[in-house]
Structure formats: C-alpha cells, structure tokens
Write a protein that binds this ligand. Structure first.
Ligand SMILES: [Zn+2]
Length: 248
C-alpha cells in the first residue's frame, strides 16, 4: 500500500455512518482531495481534531477505490478563533465557497492555498476589518487564477495616463477620461479605491494585508469586488448578506 503525506485544510465535511466523515481537503500539491475519516465523529477518535472544518493539518492517507483513506491527521493550525465567532465564521464560509468553486482535484494551487491560509490567519488572529480582508481575498484570488483586472492604464486606448479612475466591468479594467464615456455602466472610483485595487493585485504576499482604507473606499471596493467576482465566476456569492441581515 502506498501512503501519501500532505498538508492541507479541510474545506468540506460530510457525515457518513455512525461515527465516520468524508472530508474534502485543499492540499498543497494535489488541489482538492477527498478522504474517508474513520471514527472522526467520535470526540476521542484519533482523527477527530485534525479533520474538523477549517483545520489545517498534516495528513497521511492511502488511496482507496473511490477516495483516499485517512490514516492519521496531525493538527498544524485549527483556527479556533474563527469557529467561536459568528461574523468570522460567516466570512470564512464565504472564502470556502469560492475555494470550492475554483480548486479542482489533482491540480496544484499552492499560491491560492497560501493566500487562503494567510487570510484565515488575519481573520482569526488580528482585529483587521473582515470586510477589507474579504475584498483582498476575492480580488487577489481572482488575479491568481488569471482574472486580474487591468489597472495599469486604459483598456480602451492603451494610454498609461489615467487622469481619472473609472472601472469598466465589460472591459475588466480601467478607462481614461477620454474613453470612460464608451461604457456608460463604468464605475467611478475614488483615488484611494484605485490605489487599494492596485495594491491588492500587485503587492508581494508578505505586504498584501499591510494597508487600511476609509469607509468610502471600503464601500467602493465591496461594490466593485462583488460585481467582478460574480461576472468572472458566474455566480452571486451571497453568504455575507446574512451579516447585513443580522445588523438590521
Ligand atoms: Zn482611454
């Protein structure tokens, strides 16, 4: 029997039988992996801790007929703080929704995994505004999978002189003052929103989260990111609406 050793984070769990679970793991080298976790529902089961949703663990598995069988799991980072906070948990569920849609089996996605882990770290260990973390995650993950919006110049005429900031969803990028009239649905951006967008797309990962924005910029980023995400992935991700309902 050949064993596979991989680090990964649990992004879905389905109960099966009396004490078992089937989990989907987002792994560093093989993308999504499906694993059978025998006895994982028993609180004292050897696999109980390491196979919980959002737990980042070191797994040893062997290939079965339909899926992997998890032999052992050792917790690296459980992200406890997220589990105990309804707001943080809802944000994490939103990230998981996106991850589940873009990550495939047997497709390495190490950069996306690193971004996901860093975002969960910021969400769980810091008091950074979750709304800003969400916009950073959404726009950066789209960039990583090849959907980076074009912000270095005008999509229409190619000019690198952006004298105003206007974003065309149809063109997936910015328009200059001469061209912005060509898309009546283009969204005007405050300079701060443009700068934040630029940073999110191009900053090195270690500097990615090192900035803050005004309420106005945060509002614009949310509007832009939601629409852009919906257009690119052809799905309206609406889990976060639940938080707005709670705050009514
Ligand atoms: Zn132009």
């Amino acid at each position: 029997m050949s064993y596979t050793n991989t680090k990964g984070i649990v992004i879905r769990e389905v109960s099966t039988g009396e004490a078992d679970k089937i989990v989907t793991i987002f792994s560093r080298y093989s993308g999504k992996m499906t694993g059978f976790a025998k006895g994982a529902k028993r609180p004292k089961g050897a696999l109980a801790a390491g196979t919980q949703l959002l737990c980042y663990s070191d797994f040893v598995m062997y290939k079965g007929k339909d899926m992997y069988n998890i032999q052992s799991s050792e917790v690296i980072e459980p992200f406890y703080e997220i589990r105990n906070d309804i707001e943080k948990l809802t944000y994490a569920a939103h990230f998981v929704d996106i991850i589940n849609d873009i990550i495939l089996e047997n497709q390495p996605a190490a950069k996306v995994l690193q971004l996901f882990l860093n975002t969960l770290h910021m969400l769980s260990k810091t008091d950074r505004t979750p709304g800003l973390l969400a916009r950073i995650f959404e726009l950066r993950v789209l960039s990583l999978i090849g959907y980076a919006p074009y912000v270095k110049g005008c999509m229409e005429c190619g000019s690198s002189d952006l004298d105003i900031y206007s974003f065309s969803f149809r063109k997936c990028g910015c328009l200059c003052s001469k061209c912005c009239s060509k898309d009546e649905y283009a969204m005007k951006l405050a300079p701060g929103t443009y700068m934040a967008l630029n940073h999110i797309i191009y900053a090195p990962l270690k500097e990615l989260f090192n900035f803050s924005v005004s309420q106005e910029v945060l509002y614009e980023l949310e509007k832009l990111s939601r629409r852009y995400l919906k257009d690119r992935l052809e799905k309206d991700y609406n889990k976060l609406d639940f938080l707005k309902e709670l705050k009514l």
